[in-house]
Design a protein around this ligand. Structure first.
Ligand SMILES: *Cc1c(COP(=O)(O)O)cnc(C)c1O
Length: 384
């Protein structure tokens, strides 16, 4: 054969030489079929549905979520939009918590409505009875997120899921905060559990991915079909890296939890701080629900400052050296943001009596993080 041909085919029959602790990373859009009949008989005729690493990650996530079926999406937001469009159709209505991640709310209002779905935003603080009073004949689904993005209200998920089920309404929960580890939505009656794996499962702030998990065969079939219809794919490299994060998730999250509680407890004693919004702090709003349903807390929480000039808010953040200023979370590194500009898009008043900040507590030493915040508060005082 010509050299050109030999270069194209050399080495292609090599099989893995040994077992490794991680799955094989297969990079393949093309999948080779063993014979002519298989071209139209084989289930896996194309690589988009995922190969070894994607399958290994799904098996790991099935353990985490206690789910029969888990599906991967190229981002957390894609998992949310994907699961919603897999199930909802024109003429349906969805109740969406105002505490949902803002792009989720925007997707519902901007896209679902365009396709004939009625979208009603509800106050995250409604009791299960108050929420069920909003259910109408066309209500097909309730979207939950607990604790709320930014404001950290806890929803009574088991009660809402049980009441929704008796009314024939599906529930979908964004469980990114608990990382699938400290709260199990499916075990508490939720139909579809979604998380942005981008955050804690990844753990290193460098991969986008999302998952949707269910124990309902019919929903699983709908999710699978819509992934195929929309053409979403996740690469083997990304799945491999995500699985590496999953291996250390419990160990990392326990450390995030411990350090975050130490920093949150310290913050409650600072004169500049009006309120700390950390579900695991006794006395925090809806602490009782967290205490009943959760086996731990992650590293993300909020706090409210006593009213101060905007310049003092900026001075506080600008003085931080260990905390980065950034919107994501779930990685090994600590982050801080001010939240008030994001709250402007909300309808229901938060009732918070001062500027709201959010911290993500990474894996650094608590004493160093506290020293950083001390410097921040000194700058805040100087600018007040
Ligand atoms: C970040 C985030 C998402 C979206 O995840 P991406 O991978 O960034 O699309 C969804 N829900 C919550 C609660 C998040 O924090």
């Amino acid at each position: 054969m010509d050299e050109k041909t030999r270069l194209i085919h050399a080495g292609r029959d090599v099989q893995p030489r040994a077992r490794t602790v991680g799955p094989a990373i297969q990079r393949g859009s093309t999948v080779l079929l063993p014979n002519s009949r298989a071209l139209y008989e084989e289930d896996l005729g194309y690589g988009r549905a995922g190969l070894a690493a994607q399958e290994a990650l799904c098996l790991g996530l099935a353990e985490l979520e206690r789910a029969s079926d888990v599906f991967l999406y190229p981002s957390g937001l894609a998992a949310l939009s994907g699961a919603l469009t897999a199930v909802l159709k024109a003429g349906d209505a969805i109740l969406v918590t105002e505490g949902a991640y803002k792009p989720t709310r925007v997707f519902c209002q901007r896209v679902l409505t365009r396709f004939g779905v009625r979208v009603e935003i509800y106050d995250a603080r409604l009791s299960p009875d108050e929420l069920m009073a909003l259910v109408k004949d066309d209500t097909r689904m309730i979207l939950l997120e607990s604790p709320s993005s930014l404001t950290f209200e806890m929803q009574d998920v088991p009660a809402i899921a049980a009441a929704a089920r008796t009314r024939g309404v599906l529930t979908l929960m964004d469980n990114t905060w608990a990382a699938g580890l400290y709260f199990k939505p499916l075990a508490h009656g939720v139909d579809i559990s979604v998380q942005a794996l981008t955050k804690y499962v990844c753990g290193h702030s460098d991969i986008f991915m999302g998952s949707a998990a269910t124990n309902d065969r019919k929903l699983a079939a709908q999710l699978e079909a819509s992934i195929h219809d929309f053409g979403w794919a996740v690469t083997g490299d990304a799945a491999y890296d995500m699985l590496r994060g999953l291996r250390t998730l419990p160990t990392r999250l326990a450390r995030h939890d411990e350090t975050a509680r130490a920093v949150a407890g310290w913050l409650t004693a600072q004169p500049q701080v009006k309120q700390v919004l950390h579900p695991a702090l006794p006395g925090a709003p809806s602490h009782a629900i967290w205490d009943r349903d959760y086996s731990g807390a992650s590293g993300l929480f909020g706090f409210v400052l006593n009213p101060c000039p905007l310049d003092a808010e900026h001075a506080f953040l600008d003085a931080l050296k260990i905390f980065g200023l950034g919107f994501s979370w779930g990685g090994f590194e600590s982050l801080a943001i001010r939240c008030d500009p994001q709250l402007k898009s909300r309808t229901f008043v938060t009732g918070l009596e001062g500027p709201l900040f959010r911290l993500h507590i990474g894996l650094e030493q608590a004493s160093d993080l506290i020293a950083d915040l001390v410097a921040g508060f000194a700058a805040l005082d100087a600018a007040s």
